[in-house]
Design a protein around this ligand. Sequence first.
Ligand code: APR
Length: 197
Amino acid sequence: MIMIVVDSMDWTSATGRKIVLQEGDITRIAVGAMANAANSALAGGGGVDGAIHRAGGPAIMRELDAIRAREGGCSTGSAVATGAGILPATYVFHAVGPVYRDGRHGEPELLAGCYRKCLALAEERAVRTISFPAISTGVYGYPQKEAAEIAIREVRRHLERSDTTVEQVIFVPFGQSAYEVYREILGGRAGRTITCS
Ligand code: APR
């Protein structure tokens, strides 16, 4: 498994906060909270959603059933929290990314909202480590580079806050080409820990 750790000098020296890039299957990585790319019905699906439900077991869907009954689902650009079943995590945050049309229908703000909401859910639960798949970049068609830029921007903004409980964010692109997209934006080189400003 290739790992790049991209540490901002300020983050590591002052606070030890980190962004980690780790290609592969998000369900295999132990964290406090694992973000999922869900749909607004919280009904499960394919892609990373299917992988999370398969690996986590039926307890996750039972909790989503209760949320659906209570709240009717989850709006696009937001997220809901459940336990993680038998996944190596305490929570799963089910984020509903936008379906990409042309980028001029509020998609960037909605995608940013997913990351912000997941990070807010992490704060509420004093989560220290959270992993993110590339939300909306599969079935929902969001261009990978644009989506990764939004994801990285929102996470960096959050980690720059002085009061966050989050110490480590792990981006988990699936496949080598998705990994390269993140690596280029983060400015890293495979297998090295690097610093970025
Ligand atoms: N680990 C990490 N990333 C994964 C995994 C995995 N195990 N499986 C797939 N991916 C990646 C895909 O390659 C893609 O880049 O997750 C990214 C998001 O793709 P989708 O899972 O298709 O999610 P999204 O585009 O947000 O569409 C959401 O798909 O599965 C349904 O229920 C889900 O209806 C919702 C829709």
